[in-house]
Design a protein around this ligand. Structure first.
Ligand code: ADP
Length: 421
C-alpha cells in the first residue's frame, strides 16, 4: 500500500500527539525526527509525520523547512498533506502558521484549505471563529502571557489574517452542524469568493468528523491533532485503508528499563515522587555538573540496579531549586548542562543494555533522541492522552515513551512500562 497521509508538525510533542490520534483512528504511523535522504518509508505505513521545530523560528527558515518536508513526503508518494500546529494556535503576529500554510498551498498548486485548531477532548473549541479553552476565550487564559507566542486575540480570522496576505473566511456553526455536504458547499462558496483559509467552528468531536470527511479532496488540511480524527475514514471509504486493521502493533523490545526526567513541570515532579517511592532514583544536580561532576558516575550507579527493574535519573527539581540553579549558572547554561548530561547518560545506559526508556520533557526528549541517533519512531498504543508508546527504527530498536512535561497521570512512569511493547 502506498503512503496515504504526509504530515508536517511545527514541533516535536505536537507531532507525537498527531501520530497518536492517527493510530487511534486506524492508521499505521511513523514519526520522522530527521528527513532521510531517500524518500523510502517502511512498506506497512499509512501516514508519516515529520516533526519539525518551526513554531517560533524566523519565518523564512520555517517556510524552507516545511517545504523540504513537503518535498520529501511527496517523493514518498503521500496522497494528502496535513500541517499540524498547536490547538491554541500558538503563533506570533507574523507567523509561522500563515506563512507556512501559504508556502505549502503554493507548492501544491492549491488555493483553499481549512484552519482548524479545535480539539474538544482537551477543551479547545471554536465558535464564530473564536477559540475557547474550556469556558474561556483563548486571550483570557495563561496563553496571553506565553513567553514566545502570547495569544492576545481569540478571533482566529483576525489572527490568521495578520499572518497571510490572502482572504480568511468562516464556516460557522450553523453550517458545520448540518454535516459534511453542507460544509462542502460552503467550502465551494468561500473558494468562489477568493477565500483561501476557512476557519471552522467546532464544538464537539462529531463536528470534527464531519469536517474531516468534507476535507476528502483538499490537497492540504491544516489544524490541531483533533481534525486528524476524520481523515482516516476518507481513505477507508476509498478502499485504501483496511477497515479492521490494528494500527498500534509494535515489535516487542526486551531489555533493561530506565526513566530520564528533565522536565520541571508540576506533573513530572509528582510522577517522580510516586516512582521514587518504589524504585531507585538519582538526582542529577546542575550545580554539581557545573563543578565537573561526570555523568558516567550516574551510569555506574545505575548498572548494578538495572537487573532488579527500572531506575530513575532526574534533574527535575521544584521551582526554588530551579531558580537557584538558574541564578547561579544562567538559565541557558543550566538547561544546557542538564541536557548534555542526559544525552551522555542515555548513551551510557543503552551501552549497558537498557532498551526501554521513558523520557520526561520536550527538550530533554529531543536531546536524548539526538544523542541516541534516533531518526524515526513507529507509533504504538496510547499510554496517556497525547503520549503513545513508540519503538525506534534502526539498531538496536528501543522502546520509548517521550512525553512533554505536563502530560500523563501521577503513575505515568510505571504505566508507560506496562504499555510499552
Ligand atoms: P517541559 O516539557 O516540561 O518543558 P523540557 O525538557 O522541554 O521540559 O524543558 C526543561 C528544561 O529545564 C530543560 O532544558 C532542562 O535541561 C532544564 N532543567 C532541568 N532540570 C533543571 C534544574 N534542576 N535546574 C535548571 N534547569 C533544569
Amino acid at each position: 500500500m502506498p503512503l496515504l497521509l504526509g504530515c508536517i508538525a511545527d514541533d516535536f510533542t505536537g507531532a507525537t500527539d498527531l501520530c497518536n490520534m492517527l493510530v487511534r483512528h486506524g492508521m499505521r504511523v511513523v514519526q520522522l525526527l530527521e528527513l532521510p535522504e531517500e524518500p523510502e518509508t517502511p512498506a506497512d505505513v499509512d501516514a508519516v509525520t515529520v516533526a519539525l521545530k518551526i513554531r517560533t523560528c524566523p519565518v523564512e527558515e520555517a517556510r524552507e523547512r516545511a517545504l523540504a518536508a513537503l518535498a520529501w513526503l511527496r517523493g514518498a508518494g503521500a496522497r494528502q498533506f496535513f500541517f499540524k500546529y498547536c490547538s491554541t494556535f500558538d503563533s506570533t503576529e507574523r507567523g509561522n502558521i500563515g506563512p507556512v500554510a501559504d508556502a505549502l498551498l503554493d507548492a501544491l498548486g492549491a488555493d483553499f484549505t481549512i484552519a482548524c485548531p479545535a480539539f474538544p477532548e482537551t477543551g479547545r473549541t471554536v465558535y464564530q471563529g473564536h477559540l475557547f479553552v474550556g469556558d474561556r476565550l483563548l486571550s483570557d487564559t495563561h496563553m496571553r502571557h506565553h513567553p514566545l507566542t502570547p495569544m492576545t486575540d481569540s478571533n482566529l480570522l483576525r489572527v490568521l489574517g495578520r499572518q497571510t496576505p490572502h482572504r480568511v473566511g468562516l464556516v460557522d456553526y450553523a453550517v458545520v452542524r448540518r454535516g459534511e455536504d453542507a460544509i462542502r458547499s460552503r467550502f465551494a462558496a468561500l473558494r468562489a469568493e477568493g477565500v483561501r483559509y476557512a476557519v471552522t467552528d467546532v464544538l464537539h468531536d462529531g463536528h470534527l468528523l464531519e469536517l474531516g470527511h468534507a476535507c476528502r479532496d483538499l490537497p492540504l488540511v491544516t489544524g490541531g491533532s483533533g481534525i486528524a480524527m476524520g481523515l482516516p475514514d476518507n481513505f477507508r471509504a476509498a478502499g485504501m485503508l483496511a477497515a479492521d486493521r490494528r494500527a498500534d502493533a509494535l515489535p516487542a523490545v526486551r531489555g533493561q528499563e530506565a526513566v530520564l526526567a528533565g522536565s520541571c513541570s508540576a506533573a513530572t515532579l509528582e510522577q517522580i515522587r510516586r516512582f521514587a517511592a518504589h524504585r531507585p532514583a538519582f538526582f542529577l544536580d546542575p550545580l554539581a555538573l557545573a563543578e565537573g561532576f561526570d555523568p558516567a558516575e550516574v551510569v555506574a550507579w545505575a548498572k548494578p540496579r538495572l537487573a532488579a527493574g527500572p531506575v530513575l535519573i532526574h534533574a527535575s527539581a521544584p521551582p526554588e531549586a530551579v531558580r537557584a540553579a538558574q541564578e547561579a549558572l544562567g538559565r541557558e547554561r543550566a538547561g544546557d548542562l542538564v541536557e548534555r548530561a542526559m544525552a551522555a547518560i542515555a548513551r551510557g545506559l543503552v551501552e549497558a543494555g537498557v532498551r526501554r526508556l521513558v523520557v520526561a520533557g520536550g527538550e530533554t526528549s529531543g536531546a536524548v533522541c539526538t544523542a541516541l541517533g534516533i531518526r524515526a519512531l513507529r507509533i504504538g498504543p496510547q499510554i496517556a492522552p497525547g503520549v503513545p508508546a513508540t519503538v525506534s527504527l534502526g539498531h538496536p530498536p528501543l522502546a520509548l515513551a517521550l512525553k512533554s512535561g505536563n502530560f500523563g497521570g501521577p503513575d505515568f512512569f510505571l504505566e508507560a512500562f506496562r504499555v510499552m511493547p
